[in-house]
Design a protein. Structure first.
Length: 486
């Protein structure tokens, strides 16, 4: 079987480990590595750098929109804030999934070969990796473009279809530039971005909290099944953010092999949790004072005139930071699907597809409806895939062999049966099936109907896939059929 890795340069074949050019310096600063193994000689950095990587990506417009949406769904302010905290606790799973990065020196898209086999993992990357990443890129790009349209309108220019399309393309170009330059650029840029966004949102917090109705309760408070249905839907909506980052090892794989696992997990989780709670919380607080169906326009009367353009620029910058991570991982996923192309090319392909989807979301469909439907439906896939991955890390005690993971041949340890680890595939399918039976979003599953609209898709998918994978892999290990089993 042919390798999915791009052909190495002739020089790279003859250089020793000591002579290899660091990825951050290769090709004029453009990261040279794709889904290949990162040798120890190129490992550097400290786990605390992960905080700014994830913090910068989570101070964004979409989080503000989602926080406000919880109040629009009928929750009181304190109910919405509780949902925001619980939903953001799923960043703990994102932190756990970042732990194999230093151990394997490989991205998540390759590490998951242990779960599904070489061929099975290609299907996994095509769906839960590439497709979902592209959808998230499009939604976030649409959110950034909405703020940018207002900036353009303030200059007196007409915000027509042509201008909107140009704005979307420009924002995408800035985003993809960061993704193409890669890991070193992300680590270097995201600390100042985090500091700048923190300053802007600190001012926003002062403004919003002055107008917040801390005793806000809707005219017709939700009770019984209706309340539980809304709470669970809200948790799934918030959790869809951290669950979408099953690729968190992509950004920890350059850390030295001996980096403590707790530090990797902790800084990753904290970097997502803290801004997630704060920004979503501000959105919920703002919804008690203004109509968050149109956050950008509704917040305008509350903001000082001088602060409005700064705030809009911050929304765009935060979303660019978020989407640069998404595009980076989507590029790796496209390589892992089996395309023999370099990472830079795969990132540009992802950007082209995402821009097309964004223009549709903005110019054809209703943006808020699109956000809600996509984010909630992705939980059906992301919950089970996250659970399977997390259980594998625990079962293996984070022992991953990076060079062995790169072996795609039928004699390799992760070929399993015909290139598929059927135990992992079965566990994922069982979790997705359980989740689909319980979902209540664009359609209502039979179990959700029986429960009066209460959506248990997230916990059902997590629990069923986790238990199934643990049992199936333990059985396989005892039988001795697959040497790669824990």
């Amino acid at each position: 079987m042919a390798s999915t890795l791009p052909d190495p340069s002739p020089d790279a074949r003859t250089m020793s480990a000591e002579e290899t050019v660091p990825a951050s310096r290769a090709s004029g600063g453009v990261e040279s590595h794709g889904i290949d193994h990162i040798p120890d000689s190129e490992r550097r950095g400290r786990p605390r750098e992960l905080f700014s990587v994830w913090a910068a990506a989570n101070v964004n417009y979409l989080s503000l929109v989602i926080g406000g949406a919880l109040v629009l769904m009928g929750l009181s302010l304190w109910q919405a804030l509780a949902v925001i905290v619980v939903g953001n606790l799923f960043w703990l799973l994102t932190g756990l999934l970042a732990v194999p990065g230093p151990a394997a020196g490989a991205p998540s898209e390759v590490i998951t070969r242990t779960l599904y086999g070489v061929r099975g993992n290609r299907v996994n990357n095509a769906v839960t990796g590439w497709l979902i990443s592209v959808c998230y890129f499009a939604l976030n790009l649409a959110a950034a473009a909405t703020a940018a349209f207002s900036l353009v309108g303030d200059t007196g220019l007409p915000v027509n279809t042509a201008v909107k399309a140009l704005v979307v393309v420009l924002i995408a170009a800035l985003t993809l530039a960061i993704s193409v330059y890669g890991h070193a650029a992300i680590v270097r840029l995201y600390l100042p971005i985090t500091l700048a966004l923190t300053a802007v949102f600190a001012v926003l917090a002062v403004v919003v909290l002055r107008h917040t109705d801390f005793g806000y309760v809707p005219e017709r408070p939700l009770t019984g099944n209706a309340l539980w249905a809304t709470v669970l839907a809200g948790v799934a909506l918030i959790a869809s953010g951290p669950l979408s980052y099953t690729t968190s090892a992509d950004f920890s794989r350059y850390l030295p092999r001996a980096t403590p696992a707790r530090a990797v997990a902790g800084w990753t989780a904290f970097g997502g949790f803290l801004p997630g709670v704060v920004v979503c919380g501000l959105g919920a607080c703002a919804a008690t004072a203004v109509d968050m169906n149109d956050p950008e326009s509704s917040l305008q009367p509350l903001l000082p005139a001088w602060f409005r353009p700064v705030f809009l620029l911050a929304l765009v910058l935060g979303t660019i930071a978020l989407n640069a991570l998404t595009a980076y991982s989507a590029g790796l996923a496209l390589q892992a699907v089996g395309l023999r192309i370099r990472r830079q090319v795969s990132v540009l392909i992802d950007g082209t597809v995402s821009v097309s989807l964004t223009l549709y979301a903005l110019l054809v469909s209703n943006f808020l409806d699109t956000v809600g439907d996509v984010l909630q439906l992705t939980v059906v896939l992301l919950g089970p895939s996250t659970a399977v991955y997390a259980v594998d890390i625990v079962l293996r005690r984070n022992h991953y062999d990076g060079p062995a993971l790169a072996d795609e041949s039928p004699t390799g340890p992760f070929w399993y049966c015909g290139g598929v680890n059927w135990r992992g595939a079965l566990a994922l399918c069982l979790g997705v099936a359980a989740s689909a039976l319980c979902v209540d979003t664009v359609y209502t599953g039979p179990l959700a109907t029986a429960l009066g609209g209460v959506d248990l898709a997230l916990p059902a998918g997590l629990v069923v896939s986790a238990v199934a994978y643990a049992l199936l892999m333990r059985t396989g290990a005892r039988s001795g059929r697959h040497p790669a089993h824990p």
